[in-house]
Write a protein of this length. Structure first.
Length: 603
């Protein structure tokens, strides 16, 4: 108690009375002392934040830590979900694989945290909470010893002064000698503590590189953890991707034709076959098929049903317009048109040939260049459309009408802009391509087509006797679609007409069904019958001099007549220019009347 009292008295004298204070540490040691205090603070804060980053409980054993990880809980939830959904569900398979991967990631995380705790957290905690505090504790002990020394020295100095001025010299001298011994003893203690403190401080300063190594080990541990986690993911990704790729139940709409056929192991795209089979059953005599818009909700439902490959399509048989709209949507949403971007220029060039026979032969040459899958699906579709055109007296869908509403969905240019803009730019050419292909379907595709190619659908009742093939010539009128594509939302009965002067070889004999030319759904104005060429050309086509039916030409495989259109002999008949002008004026009047009628119906 006396020593403590002397310390407090000396401290008060040094603080208030400005008594002499002994400084035992050098400037280097004082600087190291300040550095240690800062290192202690930042190490403590770093350790505290690192502990909050751990997902497991610090100090727990490996098994218990693994069970408490959030990734382990996620893994278990995924595995349970996969078991509930079963192997028949792709989501179930994916959840099971992901659950196993998450469990392995949890194991890696557990090992990482254990290593982090051992190599970084524990040493940092030891440094901040044990090593530096022990050195600072010695510094406090040194400060106490210095106070004892200063107190003893002050009392010894006071006793020495008392000897000079006092009367009892012998007693005062003895007291001063005792105080001198106390001063020497206190000084020895100060020196011992000072030496020990200096050694510890210098030792700390020399080990600062070792302490900094903890942060290198932190990043190394994290890098090792992430590498191992990446290895786990890279090992599981091919497996899960293979399951994803092997899953055949993927949307057909918006998917490339080749990809859809390969994935579903089909020859004809499911939306095309399903829609054709339903239309063969209930839609062949439906007036305005492909032209009248279907209900948006019904169309959306049918597209979704086809996307998931369901066979429960009975409810859609009663709505052929929805079925036709779904078929148009599928063709329109293909990333590449059925007649391909690659052959676009060839199609346009072939349609520009003026001679009808040579035009057909040029179209046949381009058609023969189509990729196998595209050609098979185009043949299937064209055969159906030709069958639909046979019922044009009832459904009003002549080859021309079909080409107008469906053609821009089969071929468009690979240019920037909306689909509607591309369709508007190429609709005239497309109609002149599609219409003759439908008219001469059996000449372009002489093979018989089994519409129920997959066997998934019930075959429709065979129709009554009709001609196998209806031929129409495009005549002198080029039918154009409006500036935007006719989609399921606005598939209107609107057409614009452009007129060209006909060549003298075209016949101007009016159609015997002229009384129907202005009815909705029929725009056959001044039609003449034109037969298919007598042969399909080889690649490239060999044209014989004169009539074009020389040796080496492929014989006709259909029942088409062998005759080709002949130009009227020179000097006979009306003047060609006058005949063409009259024909164009008549067509213009008919078109205006048809347009007015359609506009009135829309209102």
């Amino acid at each position: 108690m006396k020593k403590q009292f002397n310390r407090m008295k000396q401290l008060a004298n040094q603080t208030v009375g400005r008594a002499e204070k002994t400084e035992v540490l050098s400037d280097d040691l004082l600087q190291i002392e300040r550095r240690m205090e800062m290192v202690r603070v930042v190490s403590h804060n770093t350790h505290k934040r690192m502990v909050t980053c751990l997902q497991g409980h610090i100090g727990a054993d490996a098994e218990k830590r693994h069970k408490k990880l959030p990734l382990t809980a996620l893994s278990q939830a995924m595995v349970d979900g996969g078991n509930q959904l079963g192997e028949d569900s792709l989501i179930g398979k994916m959840m099971e694989v992901c659950g196993e991967a998450e469990n392995r990631l949890a194991s890696e995380l557990m090992q990482h945290e254990l290593q982090l705790e051992k190599d970084v957290l524990d040493p940092l905690n030891q440094l901040a909470e044990v090593d530096i505090p022990n050195i600072l504790k010695q510094r406090k002990q040194l400060a106490k010893l210095v106070l004892d020394y200063d107190s003893a020295r002050a009392r010894w100095l006071q006793a020495t002064k008392s000897i000079i001025s006092g009367t009892n010299t012998q007693a005062l001298t003895a007291k001063a000698d005792l105080l001198k011994e106390e001063v020497d003893e206190a000084m020895n203690k100060v020196e011992l503590c000072k030496d020990q403190l200096a050694a510890d401080m210098y030792n700390f300063f020399s080990k600062e590189g070792d302490y900094a190594r903890y942060y290198v080990m932190l990043l190394e541990a994290q890098a090792d953890y992430h590498r191992k986690s990446l290895t786990v993911l890279e090992n599981v990704l091919p497996t899960i991707q293979a399951q994803q790729d092997s899953w055949t139940e993927k949307p057909a709409f918006g998917t490339a034709l080749d990809e859809h056929l390969k994935r579903s192991s089909r020859e004809i795209a499911l939306p095309i076959e399903a829609c054709v089979m339903m239309l063969l059953e209930t839609g062949m005599k439906e007036e305005g098929l492909f032209r009248i818009a279907a209900g948006a909700s019904k169309l959306k439902k049918l597209k979704a049903a086809l996307d998931c490959s369901t066979s429960q399509l009975e409810e859609f048989y009663s709505d052929p317009h929805a079925v036709a709209g779904a078929l148009k949507s599928y063709l329109r949403e293909l990333p590449e048109p059925l007649m391909t971007f690659q052959l676009y220029d060839e199609w346009i060039q072939a349609s520009s040939v003026s001679d009808p026979d040579k035009r057909l032969q040029a179209l046949w040459v381009v058609c023969d260049q189509l990729p196998k899958n595209n050609k098979n699906n185009l043949r299937y579709l064209v055969k159906f459309l030709a069958k639909l055109a046979q019922e044009s007296e009832v459904n009003k869908m002549t080859p021309s009408n079909i080409a107008i509403v469906l053609g821009p969905n089969l071929l468009w240019a690979k240019t920037e802009g909306s689909l509607a803009e591309m369709a508007a730019a190429t609709s005239v050419h497309v109609v002149t391509i599609i219409e003759p292909i439908i008219q001469h379907a059996d000449w372009f595709f002489p093979e018989e087509v089994d519409f129920n190619v997959s066997g998934m659908f019930a075959m429709p009742t065979p129709p009554s006797n009709h001609n196998n093939h209806l031929d129409y010539d495009c005549g002198t009128i080029e039918r154009k679609r409006p500036g935007s594509m006719v989609g399921p939302e606005n598939d209107l009965w609107c057409f614009s007409f452009s007129f060209t002067v006909s060549v003298p070889s075209l016949c101007s004999t009016p159609n015997k069904h002229s009384d129907h030319t202005l009815r909705r759904g029929s725009n056959t104005l001044g039609r003449k019958q034109h037969t298919s060429p007598a042969f399909q050309p080889p690649l490239p086509p060999v044209e014989a001099p004169g009539s074009g039916h020389g040796a080496g030409q492929v014989p006709q495989t259909t029942s088409e007549p062998q005759s080709q259109p002949q130009a009227p002999p020179g000097g006979s008949g009306p003047d060609p220019a006058q005949q063409s002008l009259a024909q164009s004026m008549a067509a213009l009047a008919a078109a205006q009347q048809l347009l007015a009628q359609h506009t009135e119906e829309i209102r």
